[in-house]
Design a binder for this molecule. Structure first.
Ligand code: F6R
Length: 357
């Protein structure tokens, strides 16, 4: 039930700190460390390559999951859009493991890939919010998101839950390979939950940004580099699906290879900067678009902020920044849609779970 909330989406955004804490509790062992079913850890560590299959927001979570697994476990990961994989299967490695990411566990595009790879005799892990869902039943292993039912069509808490669960999977698999992380993931996810709470208390600020940048615009661009680019893809999807503003996420360095032609006076550009090694280059990209008249909204991580930044995120571990930087983008999309008179929880043309290919 949405209780006193005007929309499920807002309630679900607000639940993210709680869900993050619940995930920590669910994947914690009696010694305070993190734990994942041994069979799953063995399956990850037996693989020579991991194929992540998903759609939409879950695909965007997969892009970040790839970073966790490659950086920490050191197994190569490919992330595929389910509908593309299904009709154009790439060459597979000798010992692949498939990870299906799906909030609903019912997405037909993903299921079609699952059926194909099971026929080939490969193992599959499903990361889902719904126990007993089709993708969970038909895979060899399941990891649950523990996010509680997600009712709003636009996925919010499932995305951050997917990131948290994938980070735990990667950390525990890395440990299994004798590669312990340089930081305490349990502690850092706790800091993430606190930061999400701080952000959820800044709704007025987000509403201001939404009004300032998105009240009348027809289009918008989200730019970032590295994981900030992937979060930008998710920010753009959130904005377009509920506010109907044409929004696109781009790698900071890629705009100048064509898309910069679309920048006009006042075009909103939301730029994320949470990663030290690309901070200067993304700021360079912002200058390029501002020189063409763009209206920049820079969202940076504490420690990297500069004077003109529109919003500064509370500091969290750099590798976990996507769990936090997405929250203002969700809120800004929510308020943009609200002020444009859109049906936030039930955007036109969309269904919560897409059970046709
Ligand atoms: C966007 C959104 C969709 C879903 C996609 C996959 O907010 O909700 O893009 O992420 O349809 O759905 P699941 O995760 O249920 O497989």
């Amino acid at each position: 039930e949405k209780g006193t909330y005007p929309h499920y989406m807002l309630k679900e955004i607000d639940e993210q700190p709680l869900v993050t804490r619940k995930i920590i509790a669910k994947y914690r062992n009696e010694n305070g460390g993190l734990t994942v079913d041994e069979d799953i850890v063995n399956a990850v560590n037996a693989a020579d390559r991991i194929y992540i299959i998903a759609a939409g927001t879950s695909y965007h979570a997969g892009l970040i999951g790839k970073q966790f697994i490659e950086n920490w476990v050191k197994i190569p990961v490919e992330v595929h859009i389910a509908s593309e994989f299904s009709y154009n299967m790439p060459l597979l490695s000798a010992n692949p493991l498939f990870i299906f990411i799906s909030q609903s566990g019912e997405t037909a595009d993903s299921r079609s890939v699952l059926v194909q790879i099971k026929e080939l005799g490969h193992k599959a892990l499903t990361v889902t919010n719904v126990p007993g869902s089709t993708l969970s039943r038909e895979a060899d292993y399941t990891m649950l998101l523990h996010a509680g039912p997600e009712i709003a069509v636009a996925s919010t808490k499932a995305y951050t839950a997917q990131l948290a669960v994938l980070s735990i999977l990667a950390a525990v698999a890395a440990e299994g390979k004798g590669r312990s992380l340089e930081f305490d993931l349990t502690k850092e996810l706790g800091i993430v939950a606190n930061a999400m709470e701080v952000l959820c208390d800044q709704k007025e600020e987000m509403e201001e940004i939404a009004k300032e940048y998105f009240a009348t615009t027809r289009n918008a661009f989200f730019i970032g580099r590295s994981v900030d680019y992937y979060v930008g893809l998710e920010g753009a999807l959130k904005l377009k699906e509920i506010s109907y503003i044409q929004a696109e996420g781009f790698a900071g360095g890629e705009l100048k290879h064509g898309t910069i032609a679309l920048i006009e006076n006042g075009t909103p550009i939301i730029a994320l900067s949470t990663q030290e090694h690309v901070n200067l280059s993304i700021r360079g990209n912002v200058k390029e678009v501002v020189a063409r008249g763009a209206n920049p909204c820079i969202i940076s991580m504490k420690g990297l902020e500069e004077e003109d930044d529109r919003f500064v995120l509370p500091l969290v571990h750099e590798q976990l920044a996507p769990l936090v930087s997405v929250v203002p983008l969700q809120l800004i999309s929510y308020y943009a849609a609200l002020h444009r008179g859109c049906d936030v929880d039930k955007p036109r043309n969309l269904a919560k779970s897409v059970t046709v290919e």
